[in-house]
Ligand binder design. Structure first.
Ligand SMILES: Nc1ncnc2c1ncn2[C@@H]1O[C@H](COP(=O)(O)OP(=O)(O)OP(=O)(O)O)[C@@H](O)[C@H]1O
Length: 604
C-alpha cells in the first residue's frame, strides 16, 4: 500500500510539476519518524460534502480571514469584517444562533521579517498588531463572538492534531522543491502566472528562486473529489463567477503543495521534525476550527468540531480563494471533516486600480476614517457603494456625497422633520396605532415589498442591494411627506389636522421599519432612530427581523426630543472636512455595540 501510494504520488507530481520547478520525492529521512505505511484504512468519517450532526439549521457560523499581522489593519481588512458583521447581525435578527469568528494569522516569514524591521521580537510584534485589529473592530462596532490568534496554544494543539490525522491518512510526504517563491504570498508560483521579471501579480515584486526540502500535502489525490464537490454543490463557491474560476483551476490539474518550511523558524514545528515549521496556510486555516473551542475546555479537534463545525460561510477576499476553495476542502476531506457550506470571495477595494494591501503599502487608514466620519458612515458607504463581489475604488468626495444624501437627508432629515411637526402639533404623542393610521394607504404595501427586497438581498449577500432597498423605503416616506404636506393640513385644522396627525404616525412607522432593516449595516444609527421613537436600549436590543412588519408604533406612545440622528458632513474649502459637525454627530453616536455580547447596545 505504501509503495503504491508513493509511486502514484510521484507520477502525479512528475506530470503536474510546473516547468520551472524541480520536484523530487524522496523517502523519509531518519530525521523524522513518519512512515507512509502508517496510513490508516479509509475511515467512514470521510464525507464529500456533509453537514455535521450537531447542525440543527439554527446555528450560523461565519468567518473572516484571519488577518496577517505583518502590518496593522487597513480599510481592506476592515471591509471584509464590516461585511461579515452585517451578515452576522442579519442572521441574529432572523433568530439564529450566530458564531462570528475573526482573528489574526501570526506565523511565518513575513511576520518575523516585519517584527525585526520594527526592532521587536515576533511575539511582541504579534501582540501589538493583533491588538490593533481588536481596537479597530471596537471602533467599527464589530460584534464578533470569537477572536482567534494562531499563536494561541489551543490553536497550535489543534493544528498538530490535524497534521497528524492527515499524515495518518497517507497524504503527507517529503520531497525537494525548487521554484520561484513570492515572500509576500508565502508560496511558490508558476512561471506562467508571473509578470515581467518574475513579478508576483498581486504584490508587484520579483519572486526569488528557492530550493527546499519540504513536506507536501497530496492535493492531487483529491482532484476528482474536488470536481465532484463543485459540480454537486455549485453554491459552495460564490459569487457564481468565482465558481467558474475555481472550476477552471481544478480542471487544469491540482498540484501537491508544500506544507512546511525549512527556512522559517517563526511557526508551529512539524510534529516529529523540529527543523521544519508548518506552512502558514496549513496552520491559519485551522483557526476557523480552533476558534470554536472554549478556553476552559479540553482542546482537541473533535471537541472543537462539536462546537460548531462546519462553518456556514467563509467570507474572504478573492486573493485567497484558491486556499479556501481548493486547498482547504481537500485538507478537510483528508482529515475526515465536513466542508464549510459556502466560500464567498468578494472583490478588492482598490487605489488607482490596484488592490489596496499591506505589502504594497497603498492603504486607506480606517482609524482616520472612523475618527472623521464615525462608524455608521464608514460601514454604510462601503457596503452600499461597492457591489459585494466586485472591486470598488474609494473617493472622499463620493463618500461625503453618499452619506450626506442617504443617511443625513433621506433618513435623518425625514425623522427630524416629522418629530418636529409631532412636537408642535401633537405634544410628541402618537394619536393612533400605526396599523389603524395606514388603513387603505398604499405606502404600507410599498414598504412591505421593499422590506422583503431587503431581506432576500441580505440573505443572498447582496448587501449593496439590501441597503438600496432600505433607502427606497426612506424615499417612499419622503414622497409621502411631500405629497401629504401635513404642515399645511395642520394649519387647516379640523379633519385635515386629524389626517395630518395620522400621516405623522405613518411616517414614523416607516422610520421604525428603516431602523430595524438598516440595523445590520449601521447599528448605532438604528439605535439612535429607535431611541427617538421612544424605545429603550433594551427594546432595541431585542428586535428581530419580524419587527420590520408594519404595526409596531402604538397610539399614545410618546416620542423623544428631536435631534439629528446623523449630522451632515460639511466641506470647508480651507480645512477640508469641517470637524465640528462630525464631532457633534460622534458625540451623539456614543452608543456602542458591545463586542463581548453580540447584538447588545449600551448608551455611553
Ligand atoms: N484591498 C482589499 N480589498 C478588500 N479586501 C481586502 C483588501 N486587502 C485585504 N483584504 C481582506 O484581507 C484579506 C487578506 O488579509 P491580509 O492580512 O493578507 O491583508 P493584505 O493587506 O491583503 O496583505 P498583503 O498585502 O500583505 O497581502 C483579504 O482576503 C480580504 O479579506
Amino acid at each position: 500500500m505504501a509503495t503504491r501510494l508513493n509511486t502514484s504520488l510521484h507520477n502525479a507530481l512528475c506530470l503536474l510539476k510546473p516547468f520551472n520547478t524541480l520536484l523530487i520525492t524522496k523517502p523519509f529521512s531518519s530525521r523524522n519518524s513518519f512512515r507512509f505505511s502508517k496510513k490508516l484504512p479509509s475511515s467512514p468519517r470521510r464525507a464529500l460534502y456533509c453537514t455535521s450532526s450537531h447542525e440543527n439549521g439554527e446555528t450560523f457560523v461565519l468567518t473572516t480571514p484571519l488577518y496577517y499581522v505583518n502590518a496593522p489593519p487597513h480599510m481592506g481588512s476592515a471591509y471584509t469584517t464590516i461585511a461579515a458583521d452585517s451578515i452576522a447581525r442579519f442572521q441574529r435578527l432572523l433568530g439564529k444562533k450566530v458564531i462570528f469568528i475573526t482573528g489574526t494569522d501570526e506565523h511565518g516569514e513575513k511576520i518575523a521579517t516585519s517584527a525585526a524591521a520594527n526592532g521587536r521580537n515576533p511575539a511582541e510584534h504579534c501582540d501589538l498588531i493583533s491588538q490593533s485589529y481588536r481596537v479597530l473592530w471596537k471602533e467599527l462596532d464589530i460584534a464578533y463572538d470569537k477572536f482567534i490568534r494562531t499563536t494561541d496554544p489551543k490553536h497550535e494543539a489543534i493544528v498538530k492534531e490535524f497534521y497528524a490525522r492527515v499524515f495518518a491518512n497517507g497524504d503527507i510526504y517529503r520531497a525537494d522543491y525548487e521554484g520561484l517563491y513570492c515572500v509576500n504570498c508565502e508560496e511558490y508560483k508558476d512561471e506562467k502566472e508571473l509578470l515581467e521579471n518574475n513579478c508576483c501579480p498581486v504584490h508587484q515584486m520579483p519572486c526569488v528562486a528557492r530550493k527546499e526540502d519540504n513536506y507536501f500535502f497530496a492535493l492531487s489525490k483529491y482532484q476528482k473529489q474536488l470536481e465532484e464537490v463543485l459540480s454537486q454543490n455549485p453554491q459552495f463557491v460564490q459569487p457564481s463567477y468565482r465558481l467558474n474560476e475555481v472550476q477552471s483551476w481544478i480542471k487544469s490539474g491540482v498540484r501537491d503543495f508544500s506544507i512546511s518550511r525549512a527556512l522559517v523558524d517563526w511557526g508551529i514545528p512539524v510534529p516529529d521534525d523540529d527543523k521544519q515549521t508548518i506552512y502558514v496556510w496549513f496552520d491559519a486555516l485551522l483557526g476557523y476550527i480552533s476558534a470554536l473551542t472554549e478556553d476552559n475546555e479540553q482542546q482537541n479537534l473533535d471537541t472543537a468540531v462539536s462546537l460548531g463545525w462546519p462553518a456556514s460561510l467563509h467570507l474572504i477576499g478573492k486573493d485567497i480563494l484558491r486556499f479556501h476553495a481548493v486547498y482547504w476542502p481537500a485538507m478537510l476531506m483528508s482529515a475526515g471533516l465536513s466542508l464549510p457550506k459556502m466560500v464567498f470571495g468578494h472583490g478588492f477595494l482598490t487605489k488607482d486600480g490596484m488592490k489596496m494591501g499591506k505589502s504594497l503599502g497603498n492603504t486607506l487608514e480606517p482609524f482616520e476614517l472612523v475618527q472623521k466620519f464615525g462608524p455608521d458612515a464608514v460601514r454604510y458607504f462601503f457596503l452600499r457603494e461597492v457591489e459585494f463581489g466586485n472591486d470598488g475604488d474609494y473617493s472622499e468626495d463620493r463618500f461625503i456625497k453618499i452619506v450626506n444624501a442617504h443617511l443625513a437627508n433621506t433618513i435623518g432629515n425625514l425623522l427630524n422633520r416629522t418629530l418636529g411637526l409631532l412636537k408642535k402639533n401633537c405634544e410628541s404623542t402618537l394619536v393612533v396605532d400605526s396599523t389603524i393610521a395606514a388603513e387603505g394607504i398604499p405606502l404600507k404595501d410599498t414598504v412591505e415589498k421593499l422590506v422583503e427586497k431587503a431581506r432576500t438581498n441580505y440573505e443572498s449577500l447582496s448587501l449593496s442591494t439590501a441597503c438600496e432597498a432600505v433607502l427606497e423605503i426612506g424615499n417612499a416616506g419622503n414622497s409621502y411627506m411631500d405629497q401629504r404636506a401635513p404642515w399645511m393640513l395642520f394649519k387647516q385644522g379640523g379633519v385635515s389636522a386629524e389626517a395630518a396627525a395620522k400621516d405623522l404616525v405613518i411616517i414614523l412607522e416607516v422610520m421604525r421599519i428603516i431602523a430595524v432593516a438598516l440595523s445590520p449595516i449601521s447599528p448605532c444609527l438604528s439605535l439612535r432612530i429607535y431611541s427617538q421613537l421612544g424605545y429603550s436600549v433594551d427594546q432595541f436590543n431585542s428586535i428581530t427581523w419580524s419587527d420590520t412588519k408594519w404595526g409596531g408604533l402604538k397610539g399614545g406612545q410618546v416620542m423623544a426630543q428631536a435631534s439629528p440622528v446623523f449630522a451632515r458632513i460639511e466641506l470647508d474649502a480651507e480645512k477640508g472636512v469641517e470637524e465640528k459637525k462630525v464631532k457633534d454627530s460622534k458625540k451623539k453616536s456614543k452608543a456602542k455595540v458591545k463586542v463581548e455580547q453580540p447584538q447588545t447596545v449600551t448608551e455611553a
